[in-house]
Design a protein around this ligand. Structure first.
Ligand SMILES: Cc1cc2nc3c(=O)[nH]c(=O)nc-3n(C[C@H](O)[C@H](O)[C@H](O)COP(=O)(O)OP(=O)(O)OC[C@H]3O[C@@H](n4cnc5c(N)ncnc54)[C@H](O)[C@@H]3O)c2cc1C
Length: 323
């Protein structure tokens, strides 16, 4: 079977939560093979974790200062792994900024076909197919690379299932000068978070609030529902513009794209620019007092009612189930 390379992201030796899904996606198309760039001495431990997630082979590139060199080592490692494998039918990466940049740069180097922001993958008569949303989510398109190896960035929560665990064969990559820094991180400023909520882009559940909340103080209701569900908090642009929350929580065309298993839209009308960022969610629930709001066009479940009546009851019901 052909090999499908996966770029495994990690922070300080902890694999990103999407690694299992990327390997599961790879296993649907061929033999899942992970590529990892890490600090010297930490490759073996990561390779064994990746084997447990289904990687049959792990290409390990140990690079001094791996944490402070931007993207170049990942691109070089992927290129070296493509060359070393000899029979790669696709490369799959996550949809983070780093992975998208690495994917696009790899595609240029190997004369491949970069397909970003995928929400599904498959294979057919024309080869590997990638499902993407186009024109702000108004269309869903299925595309195949006309030539070259497809290099695919996959949104989180696009693939179900898991790859069977494997005893990964470890192959060491020596990147040499190709991994040297063209751009290096010179300082990091961690954004302080007031809560332990999951990250918006990878959360399983997202609760977003819109202008219907009416004020920053009342937006707390959205946060309370999110906390009851263990969800991330998002917002519409109107809510951000009104100062209810920070811009990094904006979901939509000019904000973050999310694809959770459950998206709850509270007091959001569902403008096309908002829908562009959330309509690939598996299940969408809308709470809005206007039955004609366009959010109901994409909702699987809708509650027509005043959010200030509905949401507190929902929080109580969720908490009651935990007891
Ligand atoms: C170039 C461009 C890019 C944009 N990018 C984005 C983007 O990335 N993300 C984004 O979200 N928007 C974006 N927008 C803005 C977008 O067009 C909408 O203006 C915005 O999404 C509206 O936000 P909203 O739904 O919160 O507000 P509104 O459209 O004002 O809707 C508020 C909703 O709350 C409901 N409501 C009010 N009170 C209650 C209540 N008590 N109980 C229940 N329901 C209630 C109302 O019925 C209404 O449906 C963009 C626009 C442009 C032009």
């Amino acid at each position: 079977m052909s090999q499908v390379l996966v770029l495994a992201e990690h922070v300080g030796g902890t694999l990103s939560s999407g690694s299992a899904e990327l390997l599961a996606a790879a296993a649907q198309l061929g033999d899942p093979v992970a590529v990892i760039v890490t600090a010297p001495g930490s490759g073996a431990a990561l390779a064994s974790q990746l084997g447990a997630l289904g990687a049959v082979t792990v290409f390990v590139a140990e690079v001094a200062d791996a944490d402070s060199i931007l993207i170049t080592p990942q691109v070089a490692a992927l290129q070296a792994a493509v060359a070393a494998s000899g029979d790669v039918c696709a490369v799959i990466l996550g949809n983070s900024l780093d992975s998208r940049e690495a994917g696009a740069r790899l595609a240029v180097r190997i004369d491949g076909a970069y397909q970003g922001d995928a929400v599904g993958i498959g294979s057919g008569a024309g080869g590997i197919t990638v499902t993407q949303q186009a024109f702000g989510g108004a269309f869903t398109v299925t595309a195949s690379a006309a030539r070259g190896i497809p290099v695919i960035s996959l949104r989180a929560h696009s693939i179900e299932g898991a790859a069977p665990a494997a005893a990964a064969k470890v192959v060491t990559l020596n990147l040499g000068a190709d991994a040297s820094a063209t751009t290096a991180v010179t300082a990091r400023h961690e954004q302080t978070s007031a809560s332990e909520r999951p990250s918006l882009q990878t959360a399983d559940i997202v609760v977003s609030g819109g202008r219907g909340l009416g004020s920053k103080e009342k937006f707390v209701l959205v946060e309370q529902l999110a906390d009851a569900l263990g969800a991330a908090v998002g917002a519409s642009r109107a809510a951000v513009d009104a100062g209810y929350v920070e811009h990094n929580m904006q979901v939509g065309q000019t904000g973050v794209t999310v694809s959770p298993n459950l998206y709850i839209a509270v007091g959001i009308s569902g403008a096309i620019q908002h829908r562009a960022g959330m309509q690939s969610a598996k299940t969408i629930v809308a709470i809005n007092k206007d039955a004609d709001s366009p959010i109901f066009d994409v909702a699987d479940f809708g509650v027509v009612g005043d959010l200030f009546t509905v949401v507190p009851q929902l929080i109580d019901a969720v908490n009651a189930r935990k007891r």
